[in-house]
Design a protein around this ligand. Structure first.
Ligand code: NAX
Ligand code: ADP
Ligand code: K
Length: 658
């Protein structure tokens, strides 16, 4: 899935309109329809008079005592895998794609199209949509299986209801089975049983984002939902296709208010469509826009944002003051970069990308878009990774490469051990851990699968500059050298690292203090390497490398990662929630696997091991970095799920979940 900037989106809009001849108003009509469909889907999910529904598509949610995380969106444009766990609360809704939800003591999740595995104990089972669905529930109500194959088992509970979407259509078809041959069905996407209980305010800005909202209002009316327009500016100031939409809404007789002139209480409605500002916004929202955003957030109502939450920087994910806090963002045509980076990703809520007639193939053309969401499809098709990690039937340990890891000191021996063990779990055939000699008695036997290479440390249990020779010798027979976890700093470390940088004929992975050494050296003067370098900084280390503050790094992670990787000809892994991988060829990938529970000492050391283990098996730098980050995040999710409470997750759990 492509990730675009506002500028790139504008160019794709222009080409669609000018080169393909698709009228702008047709795109806007599609946008309005998509937004209305997502409002209806949200109303269905929460039921009449429901709450705010602030699920987040990009974070795989886990919660206790509350609502479970929400899976993918409501339709085909938001395929994805989603893992939700919840205890004592409601399970999440699984959208299209694969979804694994488990919940205890609460309601099971709804399975959307695709394959869905839900288990729930002590609560209600989920509804399975189209595709295959496995639901098991004990002590509660059984869920409904939709079309396709469905296996539901329940013990000690009642058969449940809660038919939705295509499952309802299947039910109707069965009821009318005797009259097969003549069936009429309506527009399911805009059908809502309790439409008359809904009243939505549509906040309309001056530009095309406002036009999208106006089109959405007409489609909501079609669904039977009362829609009241709230213009941020005098309606007569709208121009172009937005003005056409204004006139159509007026001709249909949709009620309209003007902010500042008419009385308005957003709390009187049941939801809000935010169509104030989109990709044409510049700077922090001003005047009536700022006041409407603040009032919408205060109202406590569900907010569906058109394209991006108003107040979000579409390129960086930075949020201005104020910024809409959406339940759902209906992103139009292509995913905007700002929606996948925090804090924007949190402000956006659940993100649904909807096609509106702008061909995504335009984005892939020459001089096209350089950033992508890291999905299994992108890993396989764009990066050429075998995500099944197939082993050859005739393979042996020599087939899968040999990692050499240099790290660990007496005070930080665990970091080296975590990295080395993770490299083994990533599938490396052999792993040698080079460590200061004094550590040997303490770590010998800690991981019997490892080979240990003690380096002369003069009895101090720390690294010294003289060990470079030994590491250079060892690296000659290894496939990758990883340096950094638990390394510490020592006299002469800059020259030590320079010798390894210039003297090793295999890929290099640098983490932790190896990055801090690099940050202090002007390594642009070091000899160019023939073999790739992967740097894995967290935001603090990135700040030192780039000579900026951590806040500046976080303000535009994708932009900075792309620039740094291209300038220094390295593969850069900028860690943190939604890690960014940037390649030396100018491509960026944003990972969304992972879990807040991974904010624990040593989690990064595990990642270094995983990436090194993949490099040893012959993956190139971009493949190993991207797939390593993806697997590491997935293992973190699994480990958090298994621990029950994610706060108890420790780095070793991630290794065991690999
Ligand atoms: N063909 C197209 O261009 C399409 C555009 N679409 C929609 O159009 C949006 C982009 O539309 P526009 O380029 O008209 O821009 P916007 O609708 O995002 O807003 C631009 C207007 O908002 C005002 N404004 C900008 N920054 C402000 C601030 N900080 N405070 C207060 N007011 C501010 C200005 O008056 C400006 O004219 C997209 O996000 C999307 O929703 C869709 O309808 C699809 C097709
Ligand atoms: N909230 C989060 N969501 C997803 N991943 C996270 C989150 N917090 C931390 N991580 C991941 O955990 C790892 C932490 O790495 P790092 O900060 O280097 O830890 P350490 O130095 O202790 O090993 C990184 O891969 C990071 O992306
Ligand atoms: K908006």
């Amino acid at each position: 899935m492509y990730l675009v900037t506002a500028e790139q989106m504008r160019e794709l809009d222009r080409r669609t309109i000018e080169e393909l001849g698709i009228p702008a108003v047709a795109l806007m009509e599609n946008a309005g329809r998509a937004i209305a469909e997502e409002v209806v889907a949200l109303c269905r999910r929460r039921g009449p008079g429901g709450g705010r529904d602030r699920g987040n598509r990009w974070s795989n949610g886990g919660s206790s005592g509350g609502d479970g995380g929400s899976g993918g969106g409501a339709d085909g444009s938001s395929n994805g895998s989603s893992n939700c766990s919840s205890s004592g609360g409601n399970g999440g809704n699984g959208g299209n794609g694969s979804s694994n939800c488990s919940s205890s003591g609460g309601n099971g999740g709804n399975g959307g199209n695709g394959s869905s595995n839900c288990s729930s104990s002590g609560g209600n089972g989920g509804s399975g949509g189209n595709g295959s669905s496995n639901c098991s529930s004990s002590g509660g109500n059984r869920g409904n299986g939709g079309n396709g194959s469905s296996n539901c088992s329940s013990s000690g509970g009642n058969g449940g209801n809660g038919v939705s979407g295509d499952a309802a259509a299947a039910e109707t078809a069965r009821a009318h089975g005797e009259r097969a041959g003549f069936q009429v069905s309506g527009d399911n996407a805009l059908t809502l049983a309790h439409a008359d209980a809904e009243r939505w305010f549509i906040l309309v800005g001056k530009g095309n984002n406002g036009g999208d909202g106006l089109a959405a209002a007409r489609h909501l009316r079609e669904a039977g939902i009362a829609a009241t327009l709230v213009y941020a500016v005098p309606p007569e100031s709208l121009t172009g296709v937005a003005a056409l939409q204004r006139d159509a809404a007026a001709a249909l007789g949709l009620p309209a208010l003007q902010y500042g002139r008419d009385r308005l209480d957003l709390a009187e409605g049941s939801g809000i469509v935010d169509a104030l500002l989109g990709t044409g916004a510049a700077g922090a929202p001003r005047g009536a826009y700022a006041e409407l955003i603040a009032a919408a957030n205060r109202s406590g109502k569900a907010i569906v944002s058109a394209d991006i939450p108003s107040g979000l920087d579409a390129d960086t994910g930075a949020t201005h003051e104020p910024c809409i806090q959406a339940s759902v963002t209906v992103c139009l045509a292509l995913l905007k970069r700002g929606l996948v980076q925090y804090p924007g990703a949190a402000a956006a809520g659940r993100v649904v990308v909807r096609s509106i007639g702008i061909p995504s193939s335009l984005a892939g053309e020459e001089d096209g878009v350089s950033a992508h969401l890291l999905t299994p499809e992108v890993l396989q098709q764009r990066l050429g990774v075998d995500v099944t990690r197939r082993r050859s039937p005739e393979g042996h340990k020599g087939t899968y490469g040999h990692v050499l890891l240099a790290g660990g000191t007496l005070r930080m021996s665990g970091a080296g051990l975590l990295s080395a063990r993770a490299a083994l779990r990533a599938g490396a055939g052999l792993v040698t851990w080079a460590l200061p000699q004094q550590l040997l008695p303490y770590v010998a036997g800690a991981a019997p699968e490892l080979m240990l290479a003690p380096a002369e440390d003069g009895g101090a249990g720390v690294w010294n500059a003289a060990t470079a020779d030994e590491l250079l010798r060892l690296s000659g027979q290894r496939d990758v050298l990883a340096i950094g976890p638990g390394l510490g700093r020592f006299a002469g470390d800059t020259e030590w690292l320079r010798r390894l940088w210039e003297g090793t004929a295999c890929p290099l992975v640098l983490d932790a203090d190896a990055l801090n050494i690099l940050a202090e050296a002007d390594y642009s003067g070091w000899a160019q390497r023939k073999h790739p370098v992967i740097l894995t900084p967290h935001p603090g280390e990135m700040a030192r490398l780039a000579g900026r503050s951590t806040a500046e790094v976080q303000a535009d992670r994708i932009g900075l990662a792309l620039a740094y990787a291209a300038e220094h000809q390295v593969t850069l892994v900028l860690k943190g929630a939604h890690t960014v991988i940037a390649t030396s060829e100018g491509q960026a990938y944003v990972n969304t696997t992972g879990h807040p529970g991974m904010g624990t000492g040593g989690a990064g050391d595990v990642l270094t091991g995983v990436i090194s283990g993949l490099l040893a098996q012959g993956l190139n730098a971009a493949q190993a970095a991207a797939f390593g980050v993806y697997l590491h995040g997935e293992a973190g999710e699994k480990a958090a799920c298994e621990r029950g409470n994610p706060a108890s997750l420790i780095a070793g759990d991630i290794i065991e979940a690999l």
